[in-house]
Write a protein that binds this ligand. Sequence first.
Ligand code: NFS
Ligand code: SF4
Length: 653
Amino acid sequence: MSKIKDTTDGISIQDVTICDATAQMLKKAKRDGVETAFDRAASMKACPIGADSACCKHCSMGPCRLNSKDPYGKVGVCGADIDTIMSRNFARMVACGTACHTDHGMAILKLFKEVVNGNIKEYSIKDTIKLESVARSIGIEVEGKSVKEIATELYQELEKTFTQLEGEIPFAKRVPQKTLETWRKLGIVPRGAMLEVLETMNRTHMGVDQQYENLTRQISRTALADGWGGSMVGTELSDILFGTPSPVAVEVNMGVLKENKVNIIVHGHEPNLFESMVVSANSPVLIQAAKDAGADGINLVGMCCSGAEMMVRHGIPHAGNFMSTEAVLITGAVDAMVVDIQCIKQGLVKVADCYGTGLYTTNRQCRIEGATHIEFNEHDPLAATDELIIKAITRFKNRTAVVEIPKIVNTGVHGFSHEYINYMLGGTFRGGYTPLNANIINGRIRGVAGVVGCTNPRVKQDWVHVELVKELIKNDILVLQTGCSQIALAKAGLTSPEAAVLAGPGLREVCETVGMPPVLGLGACIDNSRILVAAAAMVHEGGLGDSIADLPVAGAAPEWMSEKAIAIGQYFVASGVFTVFGVTFPIVEGTKFHKLLFSGLEEQGMGKWGFTPDPYEMARLMIDHINKKRRALGIDKKSERVLVDMADRRQIA
Ligand code: NFS
Ligand code: SF4
């Protein structure tokens, strides 16, 4: 039963979300007697010891609980102190997040290899320019070679990202020299992602690494194997296979569902399933079948990360972020929800069931009790995707649920890949980061912020994202976005060029000149690797220091919830970026491990962590940091812009 109240006594719907469509659906859920994660978050108080990461269950002498009010007052049965316990827990979060992105990257690499070798014919290499540039970036000679030859060398080389036992991962070659030297000095350049995750698991077993500083180096190494490894391989190879994003107008929000169409939501993380769903949804035979069932057609929409990828690559409509996946089913209009891996709430099963919606798992790695499994096999992808569409058509024909679709659609421009930013700011003949760096140096743009990550029922959905980003752009900070955060801002209308009016005068001028929004959507969480590539390009361009740590940039995940977000945060920090998280931080303040993450790492030449649940405080921390970096670069005094007045003009004439 719904625990969220409409009224002001207790928790009200206005307190849990600023997404009007989600709010409308939560009201309907209450009428329908349906429970969601918002209700469960209200009744399930977060365990305070676990929230501080002050407990350990790594062996059966425990579980052991320490006291976060007096963190050094007690140790575990084995003698593990608070720093050991917290750093081990943190390491395992990073290892898990890295495993998720790495598995995704490996799946794309495997697909790429099969396509190149002709074993899979349903996909092909779409972007040969990107193929060549990625190959070149890791030292592969491309002159005089065929696409197949380059692609073969590329996958052979990139395989090392996952399996290599010694040496540095291939994309380490893209890291700015000074940043790489810092990593080498600390011994944290990743070898292969599988090895780093494995070593982290070993070192966090009972009785292995019990020195938090030593373990923190492995934490960074593992996270870097995600950012510059698994994630980057996932993004780059997906671009080569499915196309590199460029700006496209996209409709976002639940209003993209159509009452008179067969509505299918694809929710998950791997683009290949979605790409094949698009092929099936465009099949004339299946469109006819939908019409025969009385529908006007088939309406395919995305949610969460694979949705964000399809949105930036192909302009496919997007229905909402993580905290709207149950709410969207309450519309009654969803004929099938097709999921693959990651961030799929088990709670979806019950909600789908209430509305007669089919919930389908498709990946062998992710089945959910109560959902129907139709396995997707990339050697014969359309077998599954055709079947899924037929299932959806059947549900449409037999729809009994009352349909109520929130009439809200927001249009924005998304798809700002690193390649496009390069082109957009520089133009065809002088592509490059010169104009971005120049605008940062002359102070029109104060700095760049990456605002990313999840939504979380422990905070008001979308609110922290939106308030933070508004503050940042008002202060002339250009915002880059991915994942569920990007969808929050799209729903708030900030991803349209018209939103430039909300920016400070300098950023506004740049946006209006170029015709771009002040908030640039880059894609899914895996595409945070695009932000790393952009940061490296800013360093290479010159004028803003020698390492990523010198750049006037900052990052944030204001409403994070997943272990993947922690891995991402750590790879940004280890790359040199000040990164602020909201909601809660799983470390006791004032401990040695806390000091290391929140200031010590910066002294070692990396970035550092920050934490605050308050969006305005978060903006202040990020702006202060960007100002500090500007001062260090000697670009804090805005270079005077010479305005030509009438007297000057007469002189010129
Ligand atoms: Ni990112 Fe994607 Fe969203 Fe968070 Fe989950 S969908 S990979 S983890 S919740 S942003
Ligand atoms: Fe307790 Fe140590 Fe076992 Fe952890 S490893 S549960 S702290 S005894």
